[in-house]
Design a protein around this ligand. Structure first.
Ligand code: ADP
Ligand code: MG
Ligand code: MG
Length: 894
């Protein structure tokens, strides 16, 4: 059969590199099987089968037959048939896409149980209670995920049974009581769906497979994919896995484990274990788990075997792995493994630990971290002094410091956050329906569940602060309050502070302090110091790997000496964008007004003469801060009305004055100017190079200020200014030529006066489609190009950013028209193709053309990779993003 017509793979046929086809879970089950680890036999239905099903709405006929023959082989091997009355083979039907999507997709255990086979199972296991417990679980999971019945109906009935029989937890229910519960559950199914719970095993299996396929397009799954930027057309695989049972009594159980602490990276025994339990019990927080280390006492042989396997897996995957396992009457079974999620801090620590252990090299270490994680580590955190007003402590599930008002349901979280409140979502435990609320919250606090609970796993993925399992806190979602061990009641709307790094919960607002990583970048702490934080050392080393590896240089967008100095500390190798409009604000605004209002040449000249020394001084300071490094100064860009008073305010002022017969000549002239300069689409109006060409003297004043500042630095202070003058919004080479002629004349005058050569470069921004399309011509007059990807995105898409982001971007993101805003990550296909073409055309004209980018994309991880591939010389971004850009530039080259 051609590969694409093979829809089913036995676990023994796959391997870990087939994630695309078998999903992450299936590929890793196959890998473990082939490593000789104890995996219950089974097979995987491919993502291709899912795609076919979703495209056509029906399962390919070949699939049914292929599943049939694999099932037959499995039955043969296990020596029993699926659902066989006297000794049933039971299976789980488990989803598993290429990317792990925690809690998103649905799994059904114990498929194959029926009114008949439940007796067979009881007889084989010698345990009535176990058989009825398994059957009630099947109906519950099947009812919820396959038949779409409200889960509360089942959990409510279970809770009622527990109360009725005085059982503290489900393990205390007897066989007879569970049998009654099964009857009750079956009644729920009949009532809710109008048909009886299916008794035929193969039908159960087929319906479950179909439900897994369908769940790929469930609302929750779509939201998660959008959030994680996972394409919608991958589809999911389905794993059919023979059942092993952790609910066969106290010598059985189920657990999760990590080969290292996913929060700190420390090596050791991390995980949770639950005796006499099945599947999701561990993560659902229904009963309290014990730390994995306890297993040594409970079942030493299984514990030793598990540790052994964990070592095998870490050596094999060369990374932190997480594991799901089950012990059935003293026999250990592996049910899942994958390269584990981890916190940002752990990612950096683990990467350097693995380098030290000789497991991976520096280039590989760079692939184990990313700029998004580094950005997370640069968040501020709570002041560290021990505080007395701790109201509780839970598990530090996802780091950060979050402060906000307590809310007890997702709806309120969303509503309040939309109205600008910061909120902490407080729940007993979270489930997938809380996803939107979690997104809206600053942080998440739960009273149940461990490090592997839904809240913890999802919050870590989202990079949200989370404290979970704060058991002393009594959460009452109905009354919207939580009660502390000391009896303090926290109501909805009270402020809470939660520390996702220590697990502490505080009442009230706790002050936050900067992150140690930022302190390190600022140079206030040193990675080499004896007491240096392990994390800081790890970041220091990874940054060194990245700097050694990268080809792209990294510059900063900075307009003043203070920002420039910070940028330098953060590793900037120059300034890629100094906006001069910020130098025209504040007290100087009046002079700019005079310039705009000037009727005569002499009025204009006097305004310009007033601005010149001030501009020069700004530049002197900036060039001093960046001595020896390139500084790109952009001439004035924004439309003039931005420097004038607001049209409405001014109209009112003038009208009031008129009514008082109180003429203010200046206000009247201003109002005329405001009317004259008012534009319908200022983004596309009189701005950029157009200003320079219609306001005589403006650009030459700026060029003179720049040149004189450079000359002063060079002559008077012996400095090394490396200045590049950049003309914005050029659409055609003629514009650039005109500005260039004037600029060169002024520069020559200044050089003559100071008796020095300045070597000023003159270049342009490429931020209009026409500039990109005629880059070959423009390069004739430009020493460098800097791609202004913000404006280029606006003009290529025809989006006015301020207007579109708030109005319809949500709809576009929801409809999947783009997975991420093109203002956040560069649109590689559209805007990116113009960039690539302009690079090629520009270099064809002028091989030594210097190329950079100064839009916000310069600090976006994915975009940095694109700019690396497009062959730019540097990216420029805001000072705080510089470490991220350095790291990603290194990763792109590694
Ligand atoms: P998820 O992707 O949500 O982790 P899984 O498919 O891993 O879902 O299954 C959910 C739970 O059921 C896990 O704890 C897993 O270990 C358990 N489980 C799945 N298949 C089996 C099986 N064949 N025997 C016993 N437990 C199983
Ligand atoms: Mg799992
Ligand atoms: Mg621009």
């Amino acid at each position: 059969k051609p590969a694409s017509e093979k829809f089913v793979y036995d676990f023994a046929e796959g391997n870990k590199d087939l994630k695309e086809l078998l999903g992450g879970k299936g590929a890793n089950l196959a890998e473990m099987t082939n490593l000789g680890l104890p995996v219950p036999p089974g097979f995987t239905i491919t993502t291709e089968a899912c795609r076919r099903y979703l495209d056509s709405g029906a399962q390919p006929t070949a699939l049914r037959d292929e599943v049939g023959s694999h099932l037959a082989a499995l039955e043969q091997r296990m020596g029993k048939k699926l659902g066989q009355a006297d000794d049933p083979l039971l299976v789980s039907v488990r989803s598993g896409a290429k990317f792990s999507m925690p809690g998103m997709m649905d799994t059904v255990l114990n498929i194959g149980l029926s009114d008949d086979s439940v007796h067979g199972l009881a007889g084989q296991a010698g345990d009535e209670r176990f058989a009825w417990d398994s059957y009630r679980r099947l109906i519950q999971m099947f009812g919820e995920t396959v038949l779409g019945i409200d889960g509360e109906l089942f959990s409510g009935a279970l809770e009622a049974a527990r109360n009725r029989h005085d059982a503290a937890s489900d393990v205390e229910l007897s066989a007879e009581q569970l049998r009654e519960l099964v009857e009750e559950f079956k009644g729920i199914v009949t009532r809710e769906t109008g048909r009886d719970f299916p008794q035929e095993a193969r039908e159960q299996m087929d319906l479950a497979v179909r439900a897994v396929f369908d769940s790929w397009n469930g609302a929750r799954a779509r939201l998660y994919r959008r959030q994680e930027r996972i394409p919608h057309d991958l589809g999911t695989a389905v794993n059919i896995c023979s059942m092993v049972f952790g609910n066969l009594g106290p010598d059985s159980g189920t657990g999760v484990a990590f080969t290292r602490d996913p929060a700190s990276g420390q090596q050791g025994v991390y995980g949770d274990y639950l005796q006499n339990a099945q599947g999701e019990d561990v993560v659902a927080g229904i009963r309290n788990t014990v730390p994995l280390a306890e297993l040594e006492r409970l079942d030493k042989p299984s514990y030793d075997r598990l540790l052994d396997i964990m070592e095998t897996l870490e050596t094999h995957y060369k990374d932190l792995c997480d594991i799901e396992f089950t012990i059935e009457r003293g026999t250990l079974w592996m049910l899942q493994t994958r390269v584990g999620k981890r916190t940002a801090a752990a990612a950096f620590r683990i990467a350097t630990q693995l380098v030290d252990q000789g497991v991976i090299d520096e280039a590989e270490a760079l692939q184990r971290v990313n700029g998004t994680q580094l950005a997370q580590l640069m968040f501020p955190r709570f002041a560290s002094e021990a505080r007395t007003d701790t109201i509780g402590r839970g598990i530090a599930a996802s780091p950060g410091a979050a402060v906000g008002k307590a809310v007890f349901d997702s709806y309120t979280a969303i509503k309040w956050s939309r109205s600008g409140e910061r909120v902490i979502l407080v729940r007993r435990e979270t489930n997938p329906d809380d996803l939107d609320g979690m997104l809206a919250a600053e942080g998440i606090l739960t009273s149940r569940g461990g490090k592997t609970s839904h809240a913890a796993v999802v919050a870590r993925g989202m990079g949200k602060t989370c404290v979970c399992g704060a058991e002393e806190l009594e959460v009452d979602t109905k009354r919207r309050q939580l009660t502390t061990a000391a009896g303090t009641v926290v109501e909805e709307g009270d402020t809470l502070s939660i520390d996702g790094s220590s697990g502490r919960v505080y009442l009230g607002e706790v002050p936050v302090v900067p992150s140690p990583v930022v302190e390190y970048f600022e140079g206030r702490t040193h990675a080499g110091a004896d007491d240096a934080d392990e994390l800081v050392r790890a970041v220091h080393r990874i940054m060194a790997y990245a700097d050694r590896m990268r080809r792209l240089r990294v510059r900063a967008n900075a307009d003043n000496a203070e920002d420039a100095l910070r940028a330098r500390r953060f590793g900037a190798q120059g300034i890629g964008l100094c906006r001069t409009e910020h130098m025209f604000l504040g007290e100087r605004r009046e002079m700019v007004e005079r310039l705009i209002l000037a009727d005569t040449g002499s009025e204009r000249d006097s305004a310009l003469t007033g601005l010149l020394p001030q501009q020069r001084q700004d530049f002197v300071e900036l060039f001093e801060a960046m001595d020896g490094l390139p500084v790109t100064v952009r001439l004035l860009d924004p439309p003039l009305h931005e420097f004038l008073p607001d049209i409405t305010e001014l109209s009112v002022r003038v009208a009031l004055a008129e009514s008082r017969q109180d003429h203010n000549e200046n206000d009247l002239r201003l109002l005329q100017a405001v009317h004259r300069l008012h534009e319908q689409n200022p983004m596309l109006g009189l701005r950029g190079v157009r200003l320079g060409l219609v306001i005589p003297g403006l650009f030459t004043m700026q060029v003179r200020a720049i040149a004189e500042a450079a000359a002063e630095r060079r002559v008077a202070s012996g400095g090394d200014p490396r200045v590049e003058i950049m003309i914005p919004l050029v659409g055609t080479v003629q514009e650039l030529e005109l500005v260039r002629d004037d600029a060169e004349r002024v520069i020559a005058e200044v050089e003559e006066t100071y008796g020095t050569e300045l070597h000023l470069a003159l270049g342009t921004m490429i931020e209009l489609p026409r500039a990109a399309l005629t880059a070959d011509q423009i390069a004739e007059s430009a020493d460098f190009f800097s791609f202004g990807t913000n404006d280029l995105t606006q003009t290529v898409w025809g989006f006015s950013r301020d207007d579109v982001e708030a109005s319809f971007f949500t709809a576009y993101l929801e409809k999947g028209i783009f997975g991420v805003s093109p203002f956040e990550t560069i649109d590689k296909d559209g805007v990116g193709s113009l960039v690539r073409d302009a690079v090629r055309a520009g270099r064809a004209t002028r091989p030594d053309l210097k190329l950079g980018v100064c839009g916000e994309h310069g600090g976006d991880p994915e975009s940095v990779h694109f700019f690396h591939e497009a062959g730019l010389d540097y990216v420029s971004c805001s000072p705080f993003r510089i470490p991220v850009a350095r790291l990603e530039a290194g990763r792109a080259a590694a």
